[in-house]
Write a protein of this length. Structure first.
Length: 296
C-alpha cells in the first residue's frame, strides 16, 4: 500500500539523491548541477517550515560513456530535471549524443521512458536510468540505417519552427523578485516583449514557441492571486530559422514599462498610456482582449 508522500519528503529524497550522485560522480565531466539556485531553494524549503515551494525544478546533467568496445569514444549526456513531486512522478530525462540521428534519439528516449514507467515505483531512479543508458544507448546509434543518414539531416533542417507571442494577465505584479525573474528568464530564453507591473499586471513575451512555453511554465509556478494567458499568437515558420524569428518580433528586448498614473502611489497604471504604447507596436487590438473596452 503506497501512502501519499508529502512535498517535504519528496524534497528530502531529491536532496539525498543529489548528494549520492555527487559522491559517486565527483567530476564535473560526469555529473554537473546546472541550476544551483533550485538546489539552494530546495534545501531552504526543507529546513524552514514556513518556506514556500521552490519556484524551479532541480536540473542536472549526467554524462555516460557506455562500456562497448567499438563505442569507446561515444558519450551520452542525460539532461535531467526533477519535477517537484519526484520520486512520486518520473524524472524528465533527455538523452543526447552527437552520433544519434533525430529519429534514433526519439526512439532511445521513448524506450528509456517505457523502462522507467515499468520499473519506477515511486522510488528514486536516477541511478537505474543511468545504468540503462550505459547498457543500451550505444545500440541505438546503428539502428534504422535503412533510412539513409542523408534524409535525416535534410529533415532536420526543414523542421518547422513556430514563433509564439503570449499575452499574460495578472491580478497584480508588485513583488520585486517576480519582476526580476520575469526579466531574467526572458533574457535567458531569448524572448522579447514587455512587463507592466502594478495592478493589473501585463506581461507579453515573444520568441520561439518552446521558449515561450518554458517561460510560462516557470512564471505560472510562482505564487499569484490570479494569472492567465489572455491571448496567444502562433506563427509557423517553415524551416526559416533565426532571421525569420527576428522579423516576427514586435519588441526588441524585454523591458519593464511603467505607465504611472499621476499621484496614484505608482501602483495603478495609466491604461491610456498602455493603449498608446500597444498602438505604436501594432498591437492595439490586444487592449480590448485585456480590458474588454475599446481603447482611445
Amino acid at each position: 500500500e503506497t501512502t501519499e508522500m508529502t512535498n517535504r519528503e519528496e524534497a528530502e529524497i531529491q536532496i539525498s539523491e543529489l548528494d549520492l550522485l555527487s559522491s559517486m560522480f565527483p567530476y564535473e565531466e560526469e555529473f554537473i548541477v546546472t541550476d544551483q539556485l533550485a538546489v539552494a531553494e530546495l534545501k531552504h524549503y526543507l529546513e524552514n517550515e514556513s518556506a514556500e515551494m521552490p519556484s524551479s525544478k532541480v536540473q542536472f546533467i549526467l554524462n555516460v560513456k557506455p562500456e562497448v568496445s567499438n563505442a569507446s569514444m561515444v558519450e551520452f549526456s542525460m539532461a535531467c530535471a526533477l519535477p517537484f513531486k519526484y520520486p512520486t512522478v518520473l524524472p524528465e530525462i533527455t538523452v543526447r549524443s552527437s552520433l544519434l540521428s533525430r529519429s534514433q534519439q526519439i526512439h532511445l528516449n521513448s524506450d528509456l521512458k517505457t523502462y522507467l514507467m515499468q520499473n519506477g515505483s515511486g522510488e528514486p531512479c536516477m541511478l537505474s536510468a543511468r545504468e540503462w543508458v550505459k547498457d543500451h544507448a550505444a545500440a541505438y546509434i546503428d539502428k534504422e540505417l535503412s533510412s539513409s543518414s542523408v534524409t535525416t539531416s535534410n529533415a532536420m533542417q526543414s523542421e518547422d519552427i513556430t514563433f509564439t507571442r503570449l499575452w499574460i494577465y495578472s491580478h497584480h505584479i508588485y513583488n520585486k523578485q517576480k519582476r526580476k525573474n520575469i526579466i531574467d528568464w526572458a533574457k535567458e530564453l531569448s524572448l522579447s516583449g514587455f512587463c507592466m507591473p502594478g495592478k493589473p499586471g501585463v506581461v507579453c513575451v515573444e520568441g520561439l514557441q518552446s521558449s515561450c512555453e518554458e517561460f510560462w511554465s516557470r512564471v505560472r509556478r510562482l505564487t499569484w492571486k490570479r494569472i492567465v494567458i489572455r491571448h496567444r499568437e502562433d506563427v509557423s515558420l517553415e524551416g526559416e530559422g533565426h532571421a525569420e524569428i527576428q522579423k516576427q518580433r514586435k519588441f526588441s528586448t524585454l523591458e519593464e514599462k511603467c505607465f504611472d498614473a499621476h499621484g496614484a502611489r505608482g501602483n495603478h497604471m495609466d491604461l491610456g498610456q498602455l493603449y498608446r504604447f500597444l498602438e505604436e507596436k501594432g498591437c492595439a487590438d490586444i487592449f480590448q482582449m485585456y480590458f474588454g473596452v475599446e481603447g482611445h
